[in-house]
Design a binder for this molecule. Structure first.
Ligand code: GLU
Length: 483
């Protein structure tokens, strides 16, 4: 069997959208699952949409996500150049376009803007497009030669007959047949001499020996035109895998406004790269079992493109957050501390033990910014309501809490070792002597030292971090509030 070769072929037009990342990931997985090669090709023939810096974003994202390409502009594998504007300089697109003209599968078109603007338009998939009327197809060879010699601007168009049908195969959608009359004579070479994306893409996929093409299903409707090009040249058509649309929770197309449309946005919101990759892998694909957490290596092992679904994939933010929380729990402590520290320092200005605070929140957050709200009470005791002392299950109320705090205050004042273990022994001893349930003491104590209904860590963890002086001060505040 021939070696599988896939490519990620981004147009450098800005950020790495979630859909782009998914295409890159699936292309990578299709190749790697079968021990094949994954290639990067930059499709920069649309000079108007080119965005400075976008190529860097592509490299950075691929590196960060671990989608290592085997070949690309920076890694020659013998199929270069890997940037379309550089390929153009080799004359490759013009050469093949002329070959199509020779075969009668393409033709020169000299129509000016005015004439094109006057053509009838049709609404296709919500977009208004004009169908070219084949006006220039009737030019004789001599007329064409004369126009070219006179330096008249031209484009080269694909010649698609008005009769008959074209059929192509997609791995997920099966065989699709369209009426040729619905297919526009699309431009292959533009008046600036650049190939269109549609043409360059076909030439490159063939000349770079690409076996599987994975891309968003917005390209599905153009695929018959691509297939006609392959057939006109007598080339093998690659395996097509068109991916389902990604929608937001309201089943609308992901938009920039929704804030989760690009990889950079998600990183900025505090999501971990591994979690994003894992999440994106499941936007359209699912394994046989219900497993949801996959490392990249596990994805490579398990990814079977036949299991990609055709129905739209919903970008479920709640699920991404959950997944991110799972990845945070799996992180090693040192790495977690490093990443959590800037968030902790946003809130904690006092000289408290950052590592201890980090250890307390690690299993309780989904994204790093969650930390801030969880730990603010370490910095300052909030102004809380004494209702908080009342807890049905613990059998506590304002009255017995006041009594407990008053009793335990002198014991804590006389104690100097505020480590968790020592505090634990001291307070448990007190509880044992009083012969009461733990909650009756621990609930008011934790409430007094935190001023919060729920906290990361219990009374002892909190007291160890804020220290003796502050613990006593807070207990006295509690007594005052309750009195
Ligand atoms: N340059 C196209 C894009 O960025 C590539 C589509 C394809 O994979 O064929 O959308």
């Amino acid at each position: 069997m021939e070696k599988i070769r896939t490519r990620y072929a981004p147009s450098p037009t800005g950020k790495m959208h979630v859909g782009n990342l998914r295409s890159a990931l699936y292309e990578f997985l299709v190749a790697k699952h079968a021990g094949g090669d994954f290639m990067l090709r930059i499709e920069d023939t649309d000079q108007e949409r080119y965005v400075e810096g976008a190529v860097d974003i592509i490299y950075r994202t691929l590196e960060k996500t671990g989608l290592v390409h085997d070949e690309g502009p920076d890694k020659d594998g013998g199929y270069g150049p890997y940037v379309q504007s550089e390929r153009m300089k080799t004359g490759i697109y013009m050469k093949y376009a002329k070959e199509l003209v020779e075969k009668g599968e393409a033709y020169y078109c000299f129509c000016d803007k005015e004439r094109l603007d006057s053509l009838k338009t049709e609404v296709v998939e919500g977009k208004e497009i004009s169908i070219y009327d084949k006006h220039c197809l009737s030019l004789t060879k001599e007329e064409v030669e004369a126009n070219l010699a006179a330096g008249k601007p031209f484009v080269i168009r694909q010649n698609i007959p008005n009769e008959g049908t074209t059929t192509f195969h997609d791995e997920l959608y099966g065989d699709i047949t369209v009426e040729n009359s619905e297919l526009d004579d699309m431009i292959l070479i533009k008046s600036d001499g650049y190939p269109t994306y549609n043409f360059a893409n076909v030439i490159d996929d063939h000349t770079m020996n690409i076996t599987h093409v994975v891309r968003g299903n917005e390209y599905l409707s153009s695929s018959p035109k691509y297939v006609r090009l392959y057939e006109a040249f007598g080339w093998d058509v690659p395996v097509y895998i068109h991916l389902p649309l990604i929608t937001d929770e309201n089943h609308k197309k992901l938009s920039k406004r929704s804030g989760h449309s690009s990889f950079e946005d998600l990183i900025e919101q505090g999501f971990l790269t591994e979690a994003i990759v894992n999440f994106v892998a499941l936007l359209g694909w699912s394994p046989e079992d219900n497993k949801e957490i996959f490392s990249l290596d596990e994805l490579i092992k398990n990814f079977d493109y036949k299991r990609i679904s055709k129905s739209p994939a919903v970008f479920d933010m709640v699920k991404l957050k959950w997944m991110n929380g799972e990845y945070i729990k799996m992180m090693d402590d040192a790495k977690f501390l490093e990443m959590a520290t800037p968030y902790i320092k946003q809130v904690i200005k006092k000289d408290l033990d950052i590592a201890k605070i980090a250890a307390l929140v690690k299993t309780r957050i989904e994204v790093f910014p969650d930390i801030c709200e969880l730990i603010d009470f370490f910095e300052e005791l909030p102004d809380y309501d004494i209702e908080m002392y009342t807890h049905k299950k613990m059998k506590t109320n304002a009255e017995n809490s006041l009594e407990t705090l008053k009793e335990i205050l002198p014991i804590l004042e006389a104690h100097d070792d505020y480590s968790i273990d020592s505090l634990h022994d001291l307070v448990m001893d007190f509880i044992a002597k009083k012969e009461v349930k733990n909650g009756l003491v621990l609930w008011p104590l934790r409430t007094a030292v935190s001023g919060k209904q729920s906290t990361p860590g219990g009374a002892f963890e909190i007291m160890e971090i804020i220290g003796k002086e502050e613990s006593l001060r807070r207990i006295k505040v509690g007594i005052e509030k309750l009195s």
